[in-house]
Ligand binder design. Structure first.
Ligand code: ADP
Ligand code: ADP
Length: 229
């Protein structure tokens, strides 16, 4: 059985008298441990989809089954628990707390998670053992994003949702970050979903789901390219 099974997902927002259809009937399945990139132009509905998968937004219609549970019918209490324990989030702008060190940022996230890994172990996995006492401002963009990834992964989530994680990085740093996410998917048996509008980054994924106008435009399973330089 697929880990994620999304059927006919629709989402509309009411803005005054106008109804905006962000998602117009999206269907897909994703397997456990799969590394999927969601690609598409601005306004296509990618963030809306990610927010729904993360239990941060509600569907208008359709259904989403994750790990055999219908998440759109969960009560708010179990949805909070789902967000807290089962899902990790990574954002474009890292969202690190500036007056905490890298280690403290990761520790903070593990305090509310019953299944958490040891912060120092995770910082080692992302290659930052020697930078863990640095504050975010003392780290490069790529390093800050690796701290943010460590923070998300330290919760030991089953699902890692990343919204433009390479959007603020140059292409090579972005590739490094993407390959790290991919390695984590394989080694930690995490399902990883990454939003991007960068075609170069998308080429590193196992599968690309292209969203256009709130619909799945195409799905391609690919032999991922490796970094050449
Ligand atoms: P993407 O992430 O692909 O750029 P989004 O999911 O952010 O696309 O947005 C899809 C559409 O839904 C856009 O037309 C956007 O303006 C609209 N939208 C997103 N969030 C809201 C909201 N909270 N209220 C109203 N419209 C929204
Ligand atoms: P990038 O080109 O990847 O953004 P930088 O040139 O900003 O990287 O940084 C190169 C190295 O110097 C990185 O390892 C970064 O952590 C370190 N560094 C940058 N700024 C500071 C700082 N203010 N204090 C300590 N280390 C820093």
């Amino acid at each position: 059985m697929a880990y994620i099974d999304a059927k006919e997902i629709k989402k509309s927002y009411k803005v005054g008298q106008i109804e905006i259809n962000a998602l117009n009937g999206v269907d897909f399945t994703i397997n456990k441990g799969e590394f999927v990139v969601i690609l598409g132009p601005s306004g296509a509905g990618k963030t809306t989809l990610l927010n729904i998968l993360g239990g941060m937004d509600e569907l208008t219609s359709g259904s989403i089954i994750i790990d055999e549970v219908i998440i759109n019918k969960k009560k708010e209490k179990t949805l909070t628990q789902y967000r807290r324990e089962d899902v990790g989030f990574v954002f474009q702008n890292y969202n690190l707390i500036q007056n905490l060190t890298a280690l403290e940022n990761v520790e903070l996230a593990t305090q509310i998670s019953p299944n958490a890994k040891r912060p120092k172990d995770v910082l080692k996995i992302v290659g930052l053992s020697d930078r863990m006492n640095n504050f975010p401002a003392q780290l490069s963009g790529g390093e800050q994003q690796r701290v943010a990834i460590a923070r998300a992964v330290a919760k030991n989530p089953k699902l890692l949702l990343c919204d433009e994680p390479t959007g603020a990085l140059d292409t090579n740093t972005g590739k490094t970050v993407l390959l790290l996410l991919k390695q984590l998917a394989k080694e930690e048996q995490m399902t990883v979903i990454v939003i991007t509008h960068n075609q170069v980054i998308a080429e590193l994924a196992d599968r690309v789901i292209r969203i256009v106008n709130g619909k799945v435009f195409s799905q391609v399973t690919q032999e991922p390219k490796d970094i050449k330089d």
